[in-house]
Design a protein. Structure first.
Ligand code: LLP
Length: 389
């Protein structure tokens, strides 16, 4: 919900822009910290979800660690004050340059995705006289029941080591003097709201840690990955991720042994609800079959609807919103589209909205995760700026 004062402020600003509500961010981070610290769990923020400096600095100030997937993210996390002992480096294709930089930065752990990668990290660490902390990312073949583009834990996905390759992994670990085995890592997908999925993951993790221990490897870190979803249909406070239920599942079903640490890599759940994309209606095109609202924002600012058919709530802030909307406004159905020269540049078809006019302010909600970070300059468009509450 936007206050009238906020909407008045928007009227003075050029659109499009990302609007970050720092209060929503803080209440989300408080909820995450309270629910995880109850069980002594460690949360690493998945930097890929949003690297807006104000957002990252707020997250760092809570003492969370950083989950990075490129040399750029590792550097950025360290520059933004994340404790190196809480920086992990994941990703299926780490380049030699990125590995060397992370070795020099003495980060906590590499989440390793193949036998060949283990051998290369060992070689590069040896050449620098260093020892690299490693966790093995295992593909657990657990179905996340989420959109297939953001499922990662099935045999058909490119991520992690499949269970039938684990003998080769332990053989490689045994002969790698410059690797320190820390534990096992999993990540099965994103926007997961069904807690049963996490229960299945816990069962697989328990099996896997037994397997490693049977082969003589002690596990210090159980990294369960991320993926906790949010409610895109409720962008206000009741749509914040259900951290309580999420961590409780791991507390209940994960077999945590004395001295072990449990790590989580949450991205979306921590930042999705703190931002909206604010744009204006450029043109209203009334047709016989369709009405279009052509916005000044499109797939260059928020590509999720176009890439994953993702739902984002759309609100006309220039008309009465919320509970009074239905009473006050007459409505029409519109396809809400962007200005980009692509037919897929559509936020959603057949959206029921108050009758809208050129210049109306439109909010596309829940844009904090995988929004600004996935922006592009396609069509030589300028990057949209950020505005803070
Ligand atoms: N850990 C690993 C190894 C990951 O690959 C990811 C996300 C995360 C943690 C954080 O996942 P989260 O908690 O945010 O679900 N662009 C897509 C989502 C891609 C997720 C990529 N990996 C979207 O907009 O839905």
């Amino acid at each position: 919900m936007f206050t009238q004062d906020t909407i008045e402020r928007f009227k003075e600003l050029e659109t499009p822009f990302y609007y970050y509500d720092t209060e929503v961010l803080r209440s989300t981070l408080n909820a995450c910290r309270d629910a995880s610290s109850k069980y002594g769990f460690h949360v690493h923020y998945a930097m890929k979800a949003n690297f807006n400096p104000a957002v990252v600095d707020a997250i760092q100030s809570y003492g969370f660690g950083a989950d990075c997937v490129s040399g750029g993210e590792v550097r950025y996390a360290i520059e933004h004050g994340f404790d190196k002992s809480k920086v992990v480096f994941a990703g299926v294709g780490k380049s030699d340059k990125e590995i060397n930089e992370a070795l020099d930065a003495a980060i906590f752990c590499f989440n390793v995705e193949s036998v060949q990668e283990l051998e290369i990290i060992n070689e590069l660490a040896a050449a620098r006289g260093k020892v690299a902390g490693v966790a093995i990312r295992i593909n657990p073949n657990v179905d996340a029941h989420t959109h297939h583009f953001i499922t990662t834990g099935l045999d058909e996905n490119k991520f992690g080591v499949n269970t039938w390759q684990l003998n080769d992994v332990v053989a490689a670990l045994r002969k790698s003097a410059n690797l320190k085995f820390l534990g096992i890592h999993f990540h099965i997908g994103s926007q997961i709201t069904d807690m049963e999925v996490y229960k299945s993951l816990c069962i697989r993790i328990n099996e896997m840690q037994d397997w490693f221990e049977d082969h003589g490897f002690q596990i210090k870190v159980l990294n369960t990955g991320g993926g906790l979803g949010v409610d895109y249909h409720n962008p206000d406070s009741n749509g914040i991720a259900d951290f309580e239920s999420y961590f409780a599942v791991f507390k209940k079903f994960l077999n945590v042994k004395p001295g072990q640490e449990v790590h989580f890599e949450l991205g979306r759940a921590m930042v999705a609800q703190c931002a909206s994309l604010i744009s204006r209606v450029l043109y209203v095109k009334m047709g016989q079959k369709k009405n279009f609202l052509v916005l000044d924002a499109g797939m260059t600012e928020l590509i999720r609807p176009m890439l994953y058919q993702a739902y984002h709530q759309i609100e006309n802030l220039s008309r009465t919103t919320g509970a009074e909307d239905q009473e006050t406004n007459s409505h029409l159905h519109y396809d809400v589209v962007g200005p980009i020269c692509e037919s897929t540049d559509c936020f959603r078809k057949d959206v029921e909205l108050p009758v809208s006019q050129r210049g109306d302010l439109i909010a596309v909600r829940t844009a904090g995760a995988y929004g600004e970070v996935m922006a592009s300059n396609y069509n030589l468009r300028e990057r949209a700026p950020s505005v803070y509450a």
